[in-house]
Design a binder for this molecule. Structure first.
Ligand SMILES: NC(=O)c1ccc[n+]([C@@H]2O[C@H](COP(=O)([O-])OP(=O)(O)OC[C@H]3O[C@@H](n4cnc5c(N)ncnc54)[C@H](OP(=O)(O)O)[C@@H]3O)[C@@H](O)[C@H]2O)c1
Length: 250
């Protein structure tokens, strides 16, 4: 029987998920770390033995269930799930590309749905704990040359808002993580200046505080950037499009 708190993080091999795994492990949590690249998960384990590798491709619904069963078998409990798997392909967004749109939706949206599917009954019966979804400020509104990514994130954001209604009634906290720009292999692909970009360690710290020390629904950061995007979100279309078109031309 494990007497430490257990967190399951998907997307843990790189970027935000990797830093988050290390943050929780350094705070004494047992971390079940999932992603496809097993060698990177093993490196994480070597760095901190509180981190345990559970390789997973989230597009495989059956594998999600098996990995969840394996985690429960090993640790008997999961207190927090952070589903953070995501992909972005800025090159493919420059023109309409149906295959890429489907792929992004398959990983970002349905991959997260497959993950939620694997833990849903567990949390319904447990009646405590937390489910947290990493979406993005890109889910607030359509951004230029990011249609597939924005659509996948706005679908995730809406789903997470809905999920919190049913989970709140049974004492399970659902939260939404909306990062601004964070320097990771994902954003390294971008060929434009990213305002107020922060490190993955900064993101991990903010997420840790949001999950452990606060109780709100949305964990968003860095605040100056995210509040600006929240302001853009409430503007009428005509003004929003004008402002973004000016920014896009620069
Ligand atoms: N960086 C930012 O500025 C930013 C801003 C807002 C939101 N986000 C979101 O934050 C999350 C993490 O992004 P990141 O920037 O840290 O990117 P990243 O470094 O590229 O990490 C993405 C993670 O997702 C995993 N992954 C991708 N496809 C997978 C699949 N089919 N099955 C399982 N795991 C898969 C990758 O691991 P494997 O390749 O080993 O499978 C990796 O661990 C994403 O959801 C992203 O949309 C990022």
């Amino acid at each position: 029987m494990n007497d430490k708190n257990v967190i399951w993080i998907t997307g843990a091999s790189s970027g935000i998920g990797r830093s988050l795994a290390l943050k929780f492990a350094n705070e004494g949590w047992v971390v079940a770390a999932s992603a496809r690249r097993e060698n990177l998960l093993q490196e994480l384990h070597n760095e901190n033995e509180n981190i345990h590798s559970f390789p997973l491709d989230v597009t495989n619904v059956e594998q999600c269930k098996t990995v969840f069963d394996d985690i429960i078998k090993k640790f008997k409990n999961i207190e927090i799930c952070v589903f953070g798997t995501g992909i972005h392909d800025p090159k493919s967004e420059k023109s309409f590309n149906l295959d890429k749109i489907r792929k992004i939706m398959e990983v970002n949206y349905f991959g997260t749905m497959n993950s939620i599917n694997s833990i849903y009954e567990y949390f319904i019966n447990k009646k405590s704990g937390q489910i947290s979804i990493i979406s993005s400020v890109a889910g607030y509104r359509g951004l230029p040359a990011a249609g597939a990514y924005c659509a996948s994130k706005s679908a995730l954001t809406s789903f997470t808002e809905s999920l919190q209604f049913e989970m709140r009634r049974i004492n399970v906290r659902v939260s939404l993580i909306s990062p601004g720009f964070i320097k990771t292999p994902m954003t390294d692909q971008n060929d434009f200046p990213m305002p107020m970009i922060k490190s993955p360690e900064f993101a991990a710290e903010q997420i840790y505080i949001g999950l452990i020390k606060k109780k709100g629904f949305e964990i968003h950061f860095p605040k100056t950037f995210t509040y600006f995007l929240k302001f853009l979100k409430i503007l009428p279309h005509a003004i929003y499009f004008k402002l973004l078109t000016i920014g896009y031309k620069k």
